[in-house]
Design a protein around this ligand. Structure first.
Ligand SMILES: [Fe+2]
Ligand SMILES: [Fe+2]
Length: 173
């Protein structure tokens, strides 16, 4: 089962997001390499980090006119729920599920970064968003209608149809 490695290809040209993603990759590696005794603590570190990681991106989306139920936020919620359910089952005596889930996350995370986070980073650059202060340098670049897609109609990294607001979500994980 492959262990996810950080590479430049996972970068989205936004240092704060890239730093969080590098931490996520390292924590996922720790889970995948954990002994049975270390598995649950390593998983709990990953889960706590993922909660903060997703919450931060969700806040950035809320600050830059994404709709509350947009695809990206919905995908975060779906994955977190799966991780929490897995944690509960592991505590009930099925720790092996965490290893399966970690392997699935190692496939899912790069796809999510490419399909969702890269689009968000592009959108944040377009509106001149400063993650440290929350300041928006180009408020005129914000759309009038709340965004439902992943990053506005940028066309970045995918076909134009996927980028459009109001596009139906695909939350396969
Ligand atoms: Fe992310
Ligand atoms: Fe994300």
């Amino acid at each position: 089962m492959g262990t996810l490695q950080w590479s430049e290809e996972l970068g989205v040209d936004m240092p704060q997001m890239d730093a969080t993603h590098q931490e996520a990759v390292a924590l996922l590696q720790a889970v995948q390499g954990a002994s049975d005794a270390e598995l649950m603590p390593a998983w709990e570190r990953l889960l706590a980090h993922t909660e903060a990681h997703f919450a931060e991106e969700d806040r950035w989306m809320q600050a830059t006119r994404f709709a509350a139920g947009n695809c990206h936020t919905t995908q975060h919620q779906t994955v977190l729920q799966i991780m929490r359910d897995g944690t509960a089952r592991a505590r009930q005596g099925r720790p092996g599920e965490l290893r399966t889930m970690a392997a699935e996350l190692a496939v899912w995370l790069p796809q999510h970064i490419d399909a969702m986070d890269a689009g968000l980073a592009y959108h944040l650059r377009q509106v001149g968003f400063d993650p440290a202060s929350g300041h928006i340098a180009h408020p005129e670049a914000l759309t009038q209608e709340p965004l439902h897609g992943w990053g506005g109609a940028s066309g970045l990294g995918g076909d134009e149809e996927q980028a459009g607001a109001g596009q139906a979500c695909t939350n396969r994980v």
